[in-house]
Every structure is written in structure tokens, then in C-alpha cells.
Design a protein around this ligand. Structure first.
Ligand SMILES: *[C@@H]1O[C@H](CO)[C@@H](O)[C@H](O)[C@H]1NC(C)=O
Ligand SMILES: *[C@@H]1O[C@H](CO)[C@@H](O)[C@H](O)[C@H]1NC(C)=O
Ligand SMILES: *[C@@H]1O[C@H](CO)[C@@H](O)[C@H](O)[C@H]1NC(C)=O
Ligand SMILES: *[C@@H]1O[C@H](CO)[C@@H](O)[C@H](O)[C@H]1NC(C)=O
Ligand SMILES: *[C@@H]1O[C@H](CO)[C@@H](O)[C@H](O)[C@H]1NC(C)=O
Length: 575
């Protein structure tokens, strides 16, 4: 009897691994030696000794991967080798050649990225340190470093990682698109740490405030060591005297400093989720390029959810691309006002456009300022500003309407040049808020994942069916065989059968989420599994959700919380 029981359990347990090849085999390394390689998509190199970081192939799109380093638990990417040239998910390899060169080769065997470290003489090895630094160094002497990822940061600086004259941070295009974006943090030639907006047509520094001298912003230009570092306690200091401490200053959480896709530099601390513990103290609208040309940025308050910032087109303009505010607005009228002395001006209160001045004319009346603007074919409008010091009005005609900001804090109006044709240009017309740059993150479609999920769903449905059938038969056989046995034995055996059942739940969860059982947060399991982290991102797929719900219930720790086989079959069939 006992032998049969053991066989039964062995059968139950072994029936599970048959379905495991669905997720391709992958290897976890702690050191990569010469002549070996990491294969996409599954192989990883974990940091030692505490596995805080993982290096491997991070999915960025439709069968597209980037060689990356991320926080193992918190899943935030901190470095990418090939952010602008993602590689294929299959047959891509990161190889440490015998020459000592580290090469990322796509399926076509083309090197997509290399560390350029050939010709090192000693035996080398690739290691990931618990600081998040991927280091290629001598195999024997770990302090002899040939190449390190800390020297080529992407958008994130980790504690202890210096920003130097040779390195800069470049934001991502969007929260979901990891390719190089518009914002850069770097040391300028005058030794000052700056933030630059560098768009396709325009580029300008916006921090520290460009209209102030460096010393007025508390920066020193004299120390040419050009280094800045965030320490482990959350203190940041730069050689130009810029310093800050995070709100949770002190030893404790893991931190990262990231130049986000919206141009804001933030420090995040990990406490079961990433929390912002410092961000660049600039008014959100002063981040250049945020609203594009011919538009106005407005903001109410700093809120925990975001910056409370929104974009609106100038009157008689409309959004060029409602989905991407940075493309700005285009005139709603046929003809750009140009070289026509009959052009008219529309007053827009509490509004300022920064930069792109044709000139600066002191002590001018409104009429004088209008005729100055009309005298330039390229003048699109002018700022008319009272100078409290001199007690006169100054005139700032502009060629380009960029960095527009509307706030009740501004007294001065802006005058927009419009073609003469219509007398209906109205001052009172409210600004059409066609363009909203709210901070809700719009997720990009990840076709690859989606397709894969459907494929997976099919395999899962099959495996669920087969497993279900096997288990039903086994349980029936088992019940039949054990009907003569004592109560005690029966109870005990049921627990073991149920354990097999639990592992089925765990395996399904693992396949659906791509997480290891350790990472799946079973505490979150409740009636409404749609709110659990496990089902995040699969809302669009009801069948899969159902499967996850069943799997979650099967994986409950208390046996009486788990559904019976009949309920499972019912749940799987009724959807
Ligand atoms: C290890 O490498 C470091 C840096 O190159 C060097 O200073 C040190 O002397 C080396 N130690 C040994 C034992 O070779
Ligand atoms: C990410 O942004 C870059 C640059 O704007 C673009 O070329 C690329 O197609 C985008 N990738 C995805 C997956 O949308
Ligand atoms: C320059 O900055 C570095 C790094 O912050 C600092 O160690 C050094 O003392 C500074 N030098 C001077 C002359 O202030
Ligand atoms: C401003 O211009 C007016 C007229 O040209 C002149 O009378 C006045 O003195 C000027 N004010 C200043 C402060 O220059
Ligand atoms: C914010 O963006 C989301 C997604 O694009 C949109 O559905 C929502 O209407 C926007 N909110 C506002 C206030 O415009």
C-alpha cells in the first residue's frame, strides 16, 4: 500500500515538470569566466554575495531585449548597455571572449555592443557587485578593474557611483520606452552641474536657472574636479557646491537617483515600493520642452501624485499631437503673421515666454513695442514687462514661443501676433485646454508579451486540462485503493495529494507571471485577485485572469481555503 502511495505521489509530482519546458531553461551565474556567455532571454548574472542586483536581458518591446542591470526584487532598471539598439530575444549572447573583450552579439552575430577591453593580458572574469556595478576585472585580483558599468551610466546613479566629467545621465524617452530621451545631467565646461533639454530642434539648459549667475544659484565654478556622488545615507554632494539630503536621510533603504523621462531628477528609496525622497526643487514648468512650442504650461501645487502640471495651447492654436505634448501646438489660422503691418496683437495675461528674444528695448510704450515687433518679419509676439527698479515698461520681442508659462504669480502680459484678417480675435476667449500633460503614465503596447501570453494561455489551458484529468484519475484511483485504510492514513495522504495540487498552482503562477515562487506575494491573495500584484498588467486577458485566480486559490497555504478538484474543474470550464 505504502509503495503504491509513494508511486502515486511521485506520479503527481513528476507530471508537473513535463510542462515546465514552456519557460526556456536558464542559468544563474555569479561569475562569468572567459569563454562563457549569457544567453537571452533567461540567463542572468546575480550580484554577490546578497543578490541585490541582477544583470541579464530586460524586455523592452516586441521580442526586444536590452542587456541591463536591475534591482532583483524591486525590478527597477539601473543600467542598460544597448538602450538604443535592443536585441532579439532568441540566440543573443553576451560573451566574455578569451581575448578579454565583452561582446553582446545579436542573432545575426553582429556585435551590438562591446566593452572594448580586448588585449588585457591577465585572466579576467565578469562579476556583478552588490553596489550594482558590473565589473570586468582580473580573476585573481578583484581590485584590478578593466571595465565597469559605473563608468557609463544611463539614467540612474546608484549610491557610491560618481558622476564625473566623462559621464552623464540621459533620461529615457518615456517611462515605458527606455531609449535615450531629451534630458541630460552633466558637468559643463565651467565646472557647474547642469540639466539640459536637448530636443531634435531646440536645446537649452534649464537648471540651474539660466537667467542667474552661477554664484546666485549657490554654485562654484572654481573646482574643476567635476565629481558628484550620492552616498549610502542619501546625501548628495557635487564639486560645484551643490548639496542636498534626501527626506529619509540616514542608513537604511536602497536608493537610486534617476533622471526621469519628464526631465525631473529624483531620488527614490525602496520601502516595498519606490518612494520619491528628493526631487529637483525647480518649478515643474521650468523644465524646458515640457509643453513644446506655442503652448503654455500651468501648474497648481506639488502633489504626491505628480507635479500638478498641465499644458494648454495658445489661443487660436491646436495640439499637434494630443498624445505627445512635447510636440507643441500649431496655429489654427492659415497664415503665420509675417511682414504685414496690419497684423494685430492679442493680450494674454499672467503669461511669460522665456528665451528666443530678438532684442530688448527699454522704456517703451505699448504702441512702440507693437511697432518694434511688426518691424521684424519673424516676430511672433512680445513680452511687455514692467521694471519695478527703473519704473519703466520694457519690450521683449520673440521669434519663437517656447517655454511658455502661465501663472497668477506673473504680472506681465504677453502679446501674441495674429493675422489681420479676423476682427474676432478675442481677448476673453478662454484658453482651449486641448492638450493635457497629466502625469498618468500611458503604457506602451508590449506586443511581444501580449502575444506570448495568448500562446502561453493555450499551453496553460492544455496543461491544466491534462493535469486536471491526471489528478482526477489519480484521486479516484487513490480513493479506491485506500478505501479500506484507517482514517488517519487517509487524512495524511490527502494532505500530500493537496500538496501536489498546491505546486500545480505555484507552477501556473510562475509561468503566468514569470516570477519565481519566492517573488510572488501570496499575502496579497484575496477574494479579488485582480487587485493583487500577480495579475497586474493582464487585465486585458480574462481567460488568463481566471487561470491566475484558480492558481492563486490552489496555492493557498491553508488546505481548507483551497478549492476542491470539482470547483477547479468548474472554474476552468465556466470561463
Ligand atoms: C591588485 O590590483 C591593484 C590595482 O591594479 C594593484 O594596486 C595591486 O597591487 C594588485 N594586487 C596584487 C596582489 O597583485
Ligand atoms: C522609443 O522611442 C524611440 C525614440 O523616440 C523610437 O524610435 C522607438 O520606436 C520607441 N520604441 C517603442 C517601442 O515605442
Ligand atoms: C573640489 O571638489 C572635491 C569633490 O567634491 C573636493 O574633494 C575638493 O576638496 C574640492 N577642492 C577644492 C579646492 O575645493
Ligand atoms: C522713458 O521715456 C520717456 C519718453 O521718451 C522719457 O520722458 C522718460 O524720461 C524715460 N524714462 C526713463 C526712466 O528713462
Ligand atoms: C490624463 O491622461 C489619461 C490617459 O491619456 C486620460 O485618459 C485622462 O483623461 C487625462 N486626464 C486629464 C485631466 O486630461
Amino acid at each position: 500500500m505504502a509503495v503504491k502511495l509513494t508511486k502515486l505521489i511521485v506520479l503527481l509530482v513528476t507530471s508537473i515538470p513535463i510542462f515546465l519546458p514552456l519557460s526556456s531553461p536558464s542559468t544563474t551565474y555569479t561569475t562569468l569566466n572567459q569563454g562563457s556567455s549569457l544567453s537571452s532571454p533567461g540567463d542572468v548574472l546575480v550580484s554577490s554575495p546578497s543578490r541585490v542586483f541582477t544583470a541579464g536581458f530586460y524586455p523592452v518591446g516586441d521580442n526586444a531585449y536590452c542587456l541591463s542591470i536591475w534591482f532583483t526584487r524591486a525590478r527597477a532598471v539601473v543600467w542598460m548597455a544597448n538602450r538604443d539598439h535592443p536585441v532579439n530575444g532568441k540566440a543573443t549572447k553576451l560573451s566574455l571572449l578569451h581575448s578579454g573583450n565583452l561582446v553582446l552579439q545579436d542573432a545575426g552575430l553582429l556585435p551590438v555592443w562591446t566593452s572594448n577591453t580586448a588585449a588585457s593580458t591577465a585572466a579576467v572574469a565578469l562579476r556583478l557587485l552588490d553596489s550594482g556595478d558590473l565589473v570586468l576585472g582580473s580573476k585573481e585580483n578583484s581590485s584590478h578593474v578593466i571595465w565597469r558599468s559605473f563608468d557609463s551610466p544611463t539614467n540612474t546613479l546608484l549610491p557610491g557611483q560618481p558622476l564625473t566629467v566623462n559621464t552623464k545621465l540621459t533620461s529615457s524617452t518615456s517611462p515605458t520606452n527606455h531609449s535615450s530621451g531629451f534630458y541630460k545631467l552633466y558637468f559643463d565646461n565651467d565646472n557647474v552641474l547642469r540639466l539640459l533639454f536637448s530636443g531634435s530642434d531646440l536645446s537649452s539648459v534649464f537648471w540651474p536657472a539660466p537667467w542667474k549667475a552661477s554664484w546666485e544659484s549657490g554654485r562654484s565654478t572654481y573646482n574643476n574636479s567635476k565629481t558628484a556622488v550620492l552616498d549610502r545615507r542619501g546625501g548628495f554632494s557635487s564639486s560645484d557646491d551643490f548639496k542636498f539630503k534626501t527626506s529619509d536621510f540616514g542608513a537604511g533603504p536602497r536608493r537610486r537617483m534617476t533622471l526621469d523621462a519628464d526631465g525631473v531628477l529624483r531620488v527614490y528609496s525602496w520601502r516595498r515600493k519606490w518612494e520619491v525622497t528628493w526631487q529637483l526643487p525647480v518649478p515643474p514648468c521650468s523644465v524646458n520642452g515640457v509643453c513644446g512650442v506655442n503652448s503654455l504650461c500651468t501648474y497648481s501645487t506639488y502633489s504626491s501624485a505628480g507635479l500638478g502640471r498641465s499644458c494648454a495651447c495658445l489661443p487660436w492654436h491646436r495640439a499637434k499631437n494630443v498624445g505627445d505634448w512635447s510636440e507643441g501646438c500649431v496655429p489654427d489660422f492659415d497664415r503665420i503673421p509675417r511682414c504685414d503691418s496690419a497684423d494685430v496683437f492679442l493680450r494674454i495675461s499672467h503669461t511669460e515666454f522665456y528665451g528666443y528674444d530678438i532684442g530688448f528695448d527699454q522704456n517703451k510704450t505699448l504702441e512702440e513695442c507693437e511697432s518694434i515687433c511688426l518691424s521684424y518679419c519673424d516676430c511672433r509676439g512680445f513680452q511687455y514687462k514692467f521694471d519695478w527698479g527703473a519704473g519703466v515698461y520694457n519690450c521683449f520681442p520673440k521669434t519663437l514661443l517656447f517655454n511658455g508659462l502661465q501663472s497668477t504669480g506673473f504680472d506681465s502680459p504677453f502679446y501674441l501676433r495674429l493675422p489681420p484678417s479676423s476682427s474676432s480675435w478675442s481677448e476673453t476667449k478662454p484658453l482651449p485646454l486641448q492638450l493635457q500633460c497629466n502625469n498618468s503614465v500611458v503604457e506602451l503596447e508590449r506586443v511581444y508579451t501580449r502575444e506570448n501570453k495568448y500562446g502561453l494561455l493555450r499551453s496553460l489551458a492544455w496543461s491544466a486540462g491534462v493535469l486536471g484529468a491526471v489528478e482526477v484519475v489519480c484521486v479516484l484511483v487513490f480513493l479506491y485503493k485506500t478505501r479500506a485504510c484507517g482514517e488517519k492514513l487517509r487524512d495524511q495522504s490527502f494532505i500530500q495529494v493537496a500538496t501536489g495540487f498546491t505546486s500545480y498552482g505555484v507552477v501556473v503562477l510562475e509561468m503566468v507571471t514569470g516570477k519565481s515562487p519566492k517573488e510572488i506575494d501570496f499575502d496579497l491573495v484575496d477574494e479579488d485577485t485582480s487587485s493583487s500584484s500577480v495579475s497586474d498588467g493582464i487585465e486585458e486577458c480574462d481567460g488568463l485572469k481566471n487561470l491566475v485566480r484558480v492558481a492563486l486559490q490552489c496555492a493557498q497555504e491553508k488546505s481548507d481555503a483551497r478549492p476542491s478538484m470539482r470547483e477547479v474543474v468548474h472554474m476552468l470550464l465556466t470561463h
